[in-house]
Design a protein around this ligand. Structure first.
Ligand code: GLN
Length: 537
């Protein structure tokens, strides 16, 4: 088994996760079985309790693990199916070590960062290797070299490499080469210093991936090579992509990053066949059609808060050979006078998941606008609850109808706490999480889009449709087209009187990939096209 470790230097948000994922794409297309893993140095057990302001989106796996959004990239770029083993935080490491200590596992010993914490980190790499039986494990270390909290992870991978033996591990350092306007040139000093920091710890990278805005010329590559002790061909340019993150595997292939990795790891694998990927990029760069859709949320300024939603919408575009312009609509702005103007000219409106009261009335207004003006609407989790509240208030005339999450005293709690949640007091990892089966009604729009009647989709919620109101809704033409197999829990709703008004309690965005667009997003974009251009695709 072979191991690749991806570290980051200089600044955060360099796209280490994307680099790891894109390398995974290339290795998979060379016929290798890959597994991807993320180590996060923070002390939270998982990101499930963190605000999107802190952490961006929480990505949910089939097994219900609430994980870092980089795992979303891993699943979108490769065919790997991830589990909770694929995301390790310092919080989990310490939790295990402290539990072990209480069990008496280390009896007689002083429990220390080295070797106990580092051993636990190394154990988690071995566990993943044993579980996946992959040819190559790619482990991304979160944070930036030099962070105090990341040190145990770096020490652990240094030890791991020593134990695995020469030719079995490859270190990739993703760094930043800034362009200084005043000097009119790219600067390598931060890279030199961050590699020096890494070497101080005992890790010498085999490959340095340089994120930059301008091309990295030969001279600069030679300079980085000399100062950082890597062969010049191992200094690779990772210039900002022109159109889409999905170009990255092709960028890395052009720079021969995968060849290099295979050489370091003594892997004899044929070159990656990327024709299908190139065709997908073609659809992204030069699509035959264009469509504009709005995403109504409260974390609109944050690129990462609705990551999977934006990606799934783009995939829906690829599936229709349509370039999608995503208009980010601030839900709170919609609450203001004439707020609806923000929705003008949109082919479709998507209301994604969310928690907390802020912006809720704006989202309800967006759902009403979509329903009344026959604009395609796609609701995701909270977006389904919003569509329900809107229908209750404006069609069923149930005044002040609401979710008990936002108004515990509402006279019409059309959305209420799940039964299983009533006794839950702890916040971490206690929602209804992960893949659950959903049965779709024959002849429904959802059934037609999926082309199947039982689907497994990922969840993350505490509230649900209140069945006491089911009949009232049905009589008014609101269709419950997907439920849990026992029929008790509403999973999908739709309005047959509308060209496309569909919402799910689950999160379809977590299962969409660029070359396998999710059927609900594909359907949504097709409907948005019809709405904008008044003709089908
Ligand atoms: N806040 C809602 C709930 O807990 C919706 C959750 C979500 O959109 N992920 O049910």
């Amino acid at each position: 088994m072979k191991y690749i470790f991806v570290t980051g230097g200089v600044v955060s948000s360099l796209g280490k996760g994307l680099t790891a994922a894109a390398l995974g794409t290339l290795l998979e297309n060379r016929g290798l079985k890959v597994a991807l893993q993320k180590f996060d140095p923070y002390l939270n057990v998982d990101p499930g309790t963190m605000s999107p302001f802190q952490h961006g989106e929480v990505y949910v796996l089939d097994d219900g693990a609430e994980t870092d959004l980089d795992l979303g990239h891993y699943e979108r770029f490769t065919s790997v199916k991830l589990t909770r083993l694929n995301n390790l935080t310092s919080g989990q490491v310490y939790q295990t070590v402290l539990n072990n200590e209480r069990e008496g596992f280390y009896l007689g010993k002083t429990v220390q960062v080295i070797p106990h914490v580092t051993d636990e980190i190394k154990r988690r790499i071995h566990v993943l290797a044993a579980e996946t039986k992959a040819d190559v494990i790619i482990t991304e270390i979160g944070g930036t070299t030099g962070d105090i909290e990341g040190l145990p992870f770096l020490e652990a991978i240094r030890e791991f490499a020593l134990e695995a033996g020469v030719g079995n591990t490859c270190f990739i350092h993703v760094t930043y080469v800034p362009f200084i306007k005043a000097a009119g040139e790219l600067k390598t000093k931060p890279t030199q210093q961050s590699v020096a920091k890494l070497r101080e710890i005992g890790i010498t990278p085999h490959l340095i991936a340089c994120r930059c805005e301008k091309p990295l010329d030969k001279e600069l590559r030679q300079k980085i090579s000399l100062f950082c002790n890597v062969p010049v061909e191992a200094v690779i340019e990772e210039k900002d992509v022109d159109h889409s993150i999905y170009e990255l595997p092709l960028v890395l292939q052009r720079e021969r990053a995968d060849d290099l990795v295979c050489r370091v790891l003594h892997l004899d694998a044929p070159g990656a066949k990327m024709a299908h990927w190139q065709e997908m990029i073609r659809k992204l760069v030069a699509p035959q059609h264009r469509v504009r859709v709005g995403v109504v949320g409260k974390y609109i300024g944050l690129q990462d808060a609705y990551k999977s939603v934006y990606e799934a919408i783009i995939h829906g575009g690829i599936g229709n050979d349509s370039g999608v312009e995503i208009v980010q609509v601030d839900a709170e702005e919609l609450e203001k006078k004439d707020g609806e103007k923000l929705l003008d000219g949109l082919g479709g409106i998507c209301v994604p998941g969310g928690f907390g009261e802020r912006g809720i009335e704006g989202k309800i207004r967006a759902a009403q606008f979509a329903r009344e003006n026959k604009i395609p609407y796609l609701g995701l989790c909270l977006g389904m609850q919003i569509a329900t509240i809107e229908f209750a208030r404006n069609v069923l005339k149930l005044e002040k109808a609401h979710s008990t999450e936002f108004d515990p005293d509402t006279p019409h709690p059309v959305i209420a706490l799940l039964d299983a949640q009533r006794k839950v007091t702890k916040k971490g990892g206690t929602m209804r999480l992960g893949a659950q089966p959903c049965q779709l009604t024959v002849g429904s729009q959802a059934g037609k889009l999926y082309g199947s009647f039982v689907v497994n989709e990922r969840h993350r919620h505490r509230y649900e449709f209140n069945n006491a109101y089911r009949e009232k809704f049905e009589k008014a033409g609101f269709v419950f087209s997907g439920t849990s197999p026992d029929g008790k829990l509403v999973e999908v709703i739709e309005l047959p009187s509308h060209p496309f008004f569909l919402a799910s309690q689950f999160h379809p965005e977590f299962l969409s990939k660029p070359h396998q667009p999710h059927p609900l997003f594909k359907g949504f974009i097709a409907a948005a096209h019809q709405q904008m251009h008044k003709k089908p695709l």
